[in-house]
Design a protein. Structure first.
Ligand code: ADP
Ligand code: MG
Length: 245
């Protein structure tokens, strides 16, 4: 079993989009998947409610939505056949409070958009995450994902430059595509679509899926989070943030 958590305290960066599209993907290739939604707004669970019966089932767990007629431990149970657990998390997450959940995670995905505000917030968040990992070490591997990317825009180069300066690589770039909104409304994954309008977006996911599937569960060392985001390293790049488009 492999557990993947999508994390960033910045709202709107694409956590739920990544969680739901991944859950749909794993279900579509026949891997029993659990979608666990730690966001009180439960957007991933709302997505799951829209999922057509014709599509392969995904087991949803929401600590914030109680179902009448079943105990909490029954609601929270992971079915024994589960192969992938995908965890959605809220904006403004309290990392200290959620540190226990992170212990069992194999891969952490951090989506980031290319605006100066998103870059700054995400860099600060990674710094906070690093602090937590120093106190409470984890074997989880961290991967940064550029989301809603427009690769022709100068702000995309700024995004790459800033994270490269901080010694981070992007494991994948998910380009802006309005079909994500349609997929979000219909309970399906863009990766389950056959339309030519999503062909490019499906290709965007390949490096992300390869990265998620590589290595053995919980035995890898952190590869992508290589650098310490030091106070000096953090403040310097953002002094240039005003030059962004
Ligand atoms: N690659 C993308 N292309 C177009 N729209 C996107 C993309 N990723 C996310 N969105 C849209 O951005 C909005 C916020 O995304 P969401 O996944 O809800 O963020 P979060 O869960 O981090 O708050 C949603 O309306 C979603 O459909
Ligand atoms: Mg969300």
């Amino acid at each position: 079993m492999r557990t993947i958590m999508v994390l960033n305290s910045k709202g709107g960066c694409g956590k739920t989009t990544i969680v739901t599209n991944l859950a749909g993907y794993y279900a579509s290739i026949g891997l029993p998947v659990v979608l666990k939604d730690f966001d009180p707004q439960a957007s991933s669970i709302e997505w799951l409610k829209q999922r057509p019966y014709s599509k392969p089932a995904i087991h949803g767990i929401s600590p914030f939505r109680s179902q009448s007629g079943s105990t909490r431990s029954w609601q929270m149970r992971i079915p024994p056949e589960t192969k992938r657990i995908i965890i959605d998390t809220p904006a403004g997450i309290d990392l200290q409070r959620h540190s226990a959940i992170m212990k069992n995670v194999d891969k952490i995905l951090i989506p980031v958009q290319q605006s100066a505000i998103d870059i700054r917030a995400t860099a600060m968040f990674i710094q906070e995450l690093e602090k937590l990992f120093r106190i409470s070490p984890t074997e989880a591997v961290i991967g940064l994902v550029a989301n809603r990317a427009n690769q022709n825009s100068p702000s995309f180069f700024a995004l790459q430059r800033i994270f490269n300066n901080l010694d981070f690589e992007f494991i994948a770039v998910l380009n802006q595509n309005e079909n994500y909104a349609h997929a979000a409304e219909s309970g399906i994954s863009i990766l389950e679509h056959d339309s030519p309008f999503v062909a490019q977006s499906k290709q965007d996911w390949q490096p992300l899926i390869n990265w998620l599937e590589e290595g053995e569960d919980k035995k890898e060392k952190q590869q992508v989070l290589r650098a310490t985001v030091s106070a000096a390293g953090y403040s310097n790049p953002f002094s240039r943030a005003s030059t962004f488009a």
